[in-house]
Design a protein around this ligand. Structure first.
Ligand SMILES: *[C@@H]1O[C@H](CO)[C@@H](O)[C@H](O)[C@H]1NC(C)=O
Ligand SMILES: *[C@@H]1O[C@H](CO)[C@@H](O)[C@H](O)[C@H]1NC(C)=O
Length: 244
């Protein structure tokens, strides 16, 4: 079974307006549990996974990214990845990547694979090697319920900004970019693009371009939106949402 088959495919839409009322950065945005077989308590897989989780909690905050695997034998070996948003501090990153596996293990107990996203980080693990490959399976959308007054122009400007930020991210050593654009109504559009750093630069570009191509499905004429996958994500808003 290929790793991409292990997760159920869903395209989920969430109501950003509701999510914005939750506490700042602290609640998960979304998660998937894998539908692969379960592990059992005190199994080698559980022990390998817990070792791996602890090592990622330790090593991710300094750079904002961590990957690893633990175990020798097929079906006992665990693979994992943690990524913090490019602007968050090491201590915020640590808080997020410490919380994420606890939350996953309560939402997906005994699942060999799972993924969870927060504003500040994402955490993913699986019993097959998914590292270095674009994750086309785990994906969700979020959008602001508020409609813009001139969707055609706004959509054009959004795509333009995010395309520029995809160009900027894939040549950045953190595969991360933020930027803004002045709109005609004197508003400012703020954007962010980011890839997981197990991807090659060219796969990062491909992942972001594919995500940006989903703008019409996700966020047509909406004041804010995100396409978030296991390998890359973008976000745009008409208010600043990253720390400089
Ligand atoms: C795994 O365990 C969950 C409960 O924790 C159960 O609902 C699910 O059916 C199990 N999956 C498999 C493949 O056995
Ligand atoms: C935004 O536009 C959609 C489609 O035209 C409409 O269904 C929805 O009610 C509008 N939302 C708001 C908050 O006005």
């Amino acid at each position: 079974m290929s790793s991409s088959k292990l997760f159920t495919t869903f395209l989920f839409s969430l109501n950003l307006a509701l999510l914005l009322q939750t506490s700042f950065g602290a609640d998960p945005l979304f998660h998937f549990c894998s539908n692969s077989e379960n592990f059992t308590a005190n199994s080698p897989y559980e022990s390998n996974l817990k070792t791996l989780i602890n090592s990622l909690i330790y090593k991710t905050p300094s750079t904002g990214f961590g990957v690893g695997s633990v175990g020798q034998y097929q079906n006992q070996k665990a693979y994992a990845l943690a990524l913090c948003r490019g602007d968050v501090s090491a201590s915020e990153c640590k808080t997020c990547v410490s919380e994420a596996p606890k939350e996953i293990l309560s939402r997906c107990p005994y699942n060999k694979g799972a993924i969870i996203w927060y504003d500040y980080c994402m955490f993913k693990y699986l019993d097959t090697d998914f590292l270095g490959k674009i994750d086309n399976t785990n994906k969700f959308y979020m959008w602001n319920l508020k409609n813009v007054s001139d969707p055609a122009t706004f959509n054009y400007n959004t795509r333009d900004l995010l395309s520029q930020l995809a160009q900027k991210a894939y040549v950045n050593n953190k595969l991360y970019a933020t930027g803004e654009a002045k709109l005609e109504n004197s508003e400012t559009l703020y954007g962010l693009t980011q890839c997981t750093r197990d991807l090659s630069s060219s796969d990062c570009k491909k992942c972001l371009d594919d995500a940006i191509n989903e703008l019409p499905n996700c966020c047509d004429g909406k004041e804010g939106g995100r396409v978030v996958s296991g390998s890359c994500n973008f976000r745009y808003e008409i208010y600043p949402f990253v720390k400089e």
